[in-house]
Design a protein around this ligand. Structure first.
Ligand code: B1M
Length: 211
């Protein structure tokens, strides 16, 4: 019998075929789709994050793990009923201007979507003006910004300032995240929230919209 630990191990190995096979078996055996994601797929990805930080895994391996995880999420996503989580919550997601890192942002999107949130991912290197235009176009509940560089994290503040200038600041809740970002930084730029990882970013959106 396949366990969540087995699935997590396949994610860590980046074995996409095995992940697909195991997720299909877990689904066929009647396991809860959210448990498959949280305990199996994300469980594995969390280990990958720790090993990556420690220098025990490298970028190509992280990408293989992320791809395997995403393949598993794709299988269970249709099985998560919209009543499980707030499907009506709309999130606009992007990496800030000057920053091309998107692996973490993509994980955030996967986690949000698998939690039932509706996500419009507008990509990388997004200038404050482009975030403002996208808010007007998509009318999201949440703006979620990612930054991986100490040289680009200030673009989050520039974006918040731009939204204030255009009268859009109070139309959205703003959350920020990425390796150099902290709760203190989020507070200092007037964001509504900070999430240290992809899973808590999805939870934070639901909390903020409830308020
Ligand atoms: Co770059 N890079 N990089 N890089 N890169 C870092 C970030 C760096 C720490 C490496 C280092 O020097 N040790 C360093 C930044 C130093 C600093 O600013 N203090 C760095 C640098 C310097 C650079 C360049 C300047 C290098 C150069 O060209 N000289 C350059 C900049 C390019 C640019 O953006 N303009 C550059 C380029 C690149 C690549 C293109 C080669 C590649 C990016 C590929 C891609 O993303 N498609 C790359 C990579 C892969 C990395 C490292 C190795 C890995 C980043 C990653 O994907 N981590 C990174 C070193 C490291 O982190 N150890 C590094 C895995 C990912 C799952 O984690 O993104 O942290 P992370 O996301 C997490 C959380 O942070 C959080 O959730 C995710 C999952 O739990 N999270 C959020 C992320 N966004 C969130 C948003 C939220 C909430 C949570 O709410 C909205």
């Amino acid at each position: 019998m396949i366990t969540y630990a087995d699935l997590a191990e396949s994610v860590i190995l980046g074995d996409e075929d095995l992940v697909i096979e195991q997720v299909n078996s877990l689904v066929a055996a009647g396991n809860n789709p959210l448990e498959i994601i949280n305990d199996g797929l994300i469980g594995g990805m969390n280990v990958v994050g720790v090993r990556f930080k420690a220098g025990d895994m490298f970028v190509p391996e992280v990408l293989m793990s992320a791809r395997s995880m995403a393949a598993g999420v794709e299988i269970v996503k249709p099985l998560i009923s919209s009543s499980d989580m707030g499907a009506s919550i709309k999130v606009l997601l992007g990496t800030v201007k000057g920053d091309l890192h998107d692996i973490g942002k993509n994980l955030v999107r996967i986690m949000m979507e698998s939690s039932g949130l509706e996500v419009k991912d507008i990509g990388i290197d997004i200038a404050p003006e482009a975030f403002a235009a996208a808010i007007k176009e998509y009318n999201p509940d949440i703006l979620a910004m990612s930054a991986l560089l100490t040289t680009t994290m200030n673009q989050m503040k520039a974006t918040i300032d731009k939204l204030a200038e255009e009268g859009l600041r109070d139309k959205v809740k703003i959350i920020v995240g990425g390796a150099p970002i902290s709760q203190e930084f989020a507070d200092s730029i007037g964001a509504d929230g900070f999430a240290p990882d992809a899973a808590s970013a999805a939870d934070l959106c639901k909390e903020l919209v409830k308020k």
